[in-house]
Structures are given as C-alpha cells and as structure tokens.
Design a protein. Structure first.
Length: 319
C-alpha cells in the first residue's frame, strides 16, 4: 500500500524532478502512514533516492526502454503500481510525464490531477491544490477514484532531504509490442535543457536578428541557464522551434526567467507565468511584460546585457 513515485532519469542519471517527486511522495506517505516506493527505468545509481525519503526502489533495466515511449512507460509503471498495491501514484509535470500520465490513468482507472502544488489538504476525501487557467488561478481538486494519480508541478514543492535505509530490487516488467523501432536518437550536448533549467534566458524580436544571439548565449553560459525565445523569433527562423516558450511552445516553471527584447504577448506570459522570479529588459517602458515582471530594466539590450554579463563575471570571480 505504499505511495509509488516515478523518478525520471536521462542516460542513467536522475533528473532534478526525480528528487522533487520523491520528496513530495514522502510527504504524502507520511500523511497516509505508509512508505514510498520509487520505480526507475534504466537508472544507474538508485541509492541517491534514499536521500529524499524513498524506502524501496523497483529498478527496471531493459534496452527496449532506452528510448522514451509513453505507452511502454505507462505499462511498466502500471505493473509496478499493481505490484505494490499503490493507491497514490506520483509523477512529475515534465513533458514525458505529461505524455504518459493520461495513459497511466486509464490503465489504473485512476483520477488524475495535473499541476499539483501542495500535499493533499485532506486525504478523506482526497483533495489537492492545483493551478488552473494557465497558472492564473488555483483549484481545489477532489479525486474520488480508488487510485489517485498526481502530477506535481515543477519547482513548487522543492527538494526535501529525508534519509532512509533504501533498498533496491530489480523488477522485470512486461513490455507491450509497440511496433516501433528506433535506430538512433540525436541530442544536443553541452546545453541546459529548458525542461530541466532553474534559470532561463529568453530573447525576442528586440534583438533584431539571429546574428545578435551571442550575448543571449553568453549570459546563459555565465548563469548556467537554458536559452529560449518567443514565438515570432522561432517563426522567423532565428532560433530552433525547440527553444520557443509560451502557451503554444514549451511551458517554463524556472526559478528565474530573464526576458530580453520580448514585449510580453498574452500567449507568452501564459507559458512562463509559473516561473518564480521574472526579470524583463526592454527599451519600451510600455511593454506589457513589465506589468507581469518582478524586476524590470528599461534600456537598450545591446547596452544593458553586456554590462550585466561583465558584472556577473566579476562577481563569480570573487567567489
């Protein structure tokens, strides 16, 4: 009857969201008076999860799962949940988890709450707080099904260290015949992904052209951040579509979001609204983004950003 958490990994190494999900699962388990079991897929060192409250790990090692497939992952997580008799299953709000969670909910006949912010305010009835209307409102969501599936919103619960005597066992799951064969996968290297980034530096049409993107990349490099862009920039071909953030692009829930030369259309704001601190640099004092920002700099990006980079470099050199 333990709480089951799906802890994501990439090339065998756990993502930050894995530890956040584990921390959340431990808090829910404490409410229910039970333990936490994590299911991992092709993870190398599962002992790390013991630092965040996981009591047992079911590690699935299978080459057929080296490439993500929502149907296959949902099937193996379902089998792990049924093995443990889990009534509460926790996943993250990553892109992959958002693909597999609806399938997992169907497999388990579970009620599914997305964008969950906190541990349940009540366990009987089972009620959780989640964001709604692109993070403009909160909703208290009651789940009446026997099995509950919770998608934890990124960077909301945080990482909570809670060391346990974590045990690990290999779990052999049946993988459905998908009729799909992947020969190879090309991934960008030496770059922080938007999905995993704590800091995102984003540029808009105010940069005037792709030839000026060097300062965005330099600022991101200094901060250890991911680079992103507005929709018009990707539409113009200045930047790849994979960097487009907003309501019609990738959602961002970073700790710090820096918008440079972006006016702040409603679709863009809807996609980055979940970020904790928003900083805007724009030459137009009437840009809508300033109303949504925590900090704003009215100035020419070609003057402000190079100075900001130099100040940050000097600050880091003193550390």
């Amino acid at each position: 009857m333990s709480v089951l958490v799906y802890t994501e990994s990439d090339q065998g190494h756990f993502k930050k969201v894995a530890f956040e999900v584990a921390s959340y699962g431990k808090a829910v388990a404490n409410q229910l008076g039970t333990t936490v079991t994590a299911v991992t897929i092709n993870a190398k060192d599962t002992s790390e999860l013991g630092n965040y409250g996981v009591d047992k790990v079911l590690n699935i090692n299978n080459k057929a799962l080296e490439t993500f497939n929502a149907k296959a992952y949902a099937a193996v997580i379902q089998q792990a949940a049924e093995k443990e008799g889990a009534k509460v299953v926790v996943v993250s709000s990553s892109v992959n988890s958002k693909y597999l969670a609806p399938l997992l909910a169907i497999n388990l006949n579970a009620g599914y709450a997305t964008n969950v912010l906190e541990t349940p305010s009540s366990t009987s009835p089972f009620i959780v707080k989640r964001t709604a209307f692109t993070s403009k409102a909160y909703e208290f969501f009651q789940i009446n099904t026997d099995v509950k599936l919770l998608g934890v919103s990124k960077n909301t619960f945080g990482l909570v260290e809670n060391k346990t005597n974590c045990t690990s066992e290999e779990f052999s799951a049946s993988i459905p015949d998908l009729g799909i064969h992947v020969d190879s996968v090309d991934k960008a290297s030496n770059k922080v992904s938007i999905a995993d980034a704590d800091i995102v530096v984003s540029g808009g049409r105010g940069l005037k052209g792709p030839e000026n993107w060097g300062m965005i990349e330099e600022l991101a490099d200094v901060l250890g951040a991911a680079t992103a862009c507005s929709k018009p920039v990707s539409d113009l071909g200045w930047r790849p579509h994979g960097e487009h953030v907003g309501q019609t692009g990738k959602p961002v829930a970073s700790n710090l979001y820096i918008a440079i030369g972006i006016s702040g259309a409603i679709q863009h704001l809807a996609g980055i609204n979940a970020s904790k601190v928003k900083v805007v640099i724009n030459i137009d004092p009437e840009a809508p983004f300033f109303k949504a920002s925590d900090y704003g700099v009215v100035g020419d990006a070609f003057v402000v950003v190079p100075q900001l980079i130099e100040k940050l470099k000097a600050f880091k050199a003193q550390q």
